[in-house]
Design a protein around this ligand. Structure first.
Ligand code: UT7
Length: 331
């Protein structure tokens, strides 16, 4: 049975505050040259006082505007995040309240940096069981809320932001730019979880009143090991989704990978023989915004005119858990 889902309203929002590599030099033992050569990042946006739902709200409003929908037209809200405002209520419920909607399902999904791709598959499933659904999928992260700015192995990479879209199994109006989600492949491997963690405050690492947070409250990452797995996993899942759709690198018009590190992106693209001009990169401006990274890149690519009608885009991500996944979108 054909189960086409359409994606539209590509939008993103980042907080106003920009943290440059020079700013980081004043906070931690690092330097602009090291950060650029090892990660490709020149600056990133970080919150001053905003929470996950505030960034998500701004991105969601744009997504609604771009699809000519009103908040009450939305039938489900999925938020991809590992940095929700609170454990309870979930971020989706807080976003729902900010949008002025009530009475529809609202849930969070935590698949770390792969959250948006996981969200696409969940939204496709919802559209299948509820034909006519219009799912607001918003990935939003205030990663800096779980970063120790004195830890140079993480503070130079991670950043804050949100990306949103609407997914439906009904086509959008002709004047609304949209793509057809052709396939999704999702993966996970819990045995690799210890390489990238945020433990503190979880039920296995419960806190007591008055306790001072320890290092484990913040992102702990074995950078070098994570790097190797990121390259292998994104390569493998990209090849798998291409093979099962009988595609070669020449058929891909735009490659939109998770913006974790320019060296990871270039390594994956090189093994896959994807030409430089087909790779979308904005890590230099926004850093690694975890689940928000892929939808921010998608919306940024759209705004910069990099996506043309008929284009086939391959989106791929990798993150803690470990989780990884890919999707093909025909515009
Ligand atoms: O979002 C999904 C999951 N995350 C990722 O995909 C991130 C994957 N990992 C990475 O992007 C990279 O491993 C990092 C950017 C985190 C680190 O880059 P690296 O090239 O793997 O550096 P390294 O940890 O191997 O360290 C190389 C050197 C070391 O010095 P020595 O021992 O060679 O003298 C580090 O102490 O660089 C030093 N170093 C730094 N120097 C200046 C590490 N971090 C920094 C820093 N500034 N921020």
């Amino acid at each position: 049975m054909k189960n086409s889902s359409y994606i539209a309203g590509f939008s993103f929002y980042v907080p106003e505050s920009v943290l440059t590599n020079k700013d980081l030099e004043k906070l931690v033992d690092t330097n602009d040259e090291w950060i650029i050569s090892r990660t490709g990042i020149r600056q990133r946006h970080i919150v001053s006082h905003q929470a996950c739902s505030d960034l998500a709200y701004e991105a969601s409003l744009k997504a609604l505007e771009r699809t000519c929908l009103k908040p009450e037209d939305i039938t489900h809200i999925i938020t991809a995040t590992f940095t929700p405002d609170t454990y309870v209520p979930n971020a989706a419920c807080i976003i729902m309240e900010k949008l002025g909607i009530r009475g529809i399902p609202a849930m969070d999904v935590n698949a770390a940096c792969t959250g948006f791709i996981y969200g696409i598959e969940l939204a496709r499933g919802l559209c299948y069981v509820s034909p006519g659904a219009k799912v607001l999928l918003v990935a939003s992260e205030v990663v800096t809320s779980r970063i120790n700015m004195k830890d140079r192995s993480t503070s130079v990479i991670f950043a804050d932001g949100a990306g949103a879209c609407i997914i439906s199994n009904q086509t959008f109006d002709d004047d609304v730019p949209s793509g057809c989600v052709q396939d999704v492949v999702l993966k996970a491997d819990g045995s690799l979880g210890p390489l990238l963690t945020v433990k503190g405050g979880g039920s296995a690492h419960a806190m007591v009143p008055g306790q001072v947070v320890g290092d484990d409250f913040f992102v702990q990452m074995e950078g070098r090991e994570v790097f190797k797995h990121a390259v292998r996993s994104m390569r493998d899942v990209s090849l798998e989704i291409m093979n099962r759709n009988s595609l070669t690198a020449d058929d891909i018009d735009l490659f939109i990978p998770h913006q974790a590190n320019i060296r990871i992106i270039e390594a994956v693209a090189k093994i896959m023989n994807i030409k430089d001009e087909k790779i979308f990169v904005n890590v230099q401006d926004y850093g690694n915004t975890s689940a928000a990274s892929v939808p921010i890149a998608l919306a940024d690519a759209w705004e910069k005119g990099r996506i043309k009608p008929g284009y086939l885009a391959l989106l791929v991500a990798f993150g803690g858990g470990f989780t990884w996944g890919a999707t093909l979108i025909r515009f």
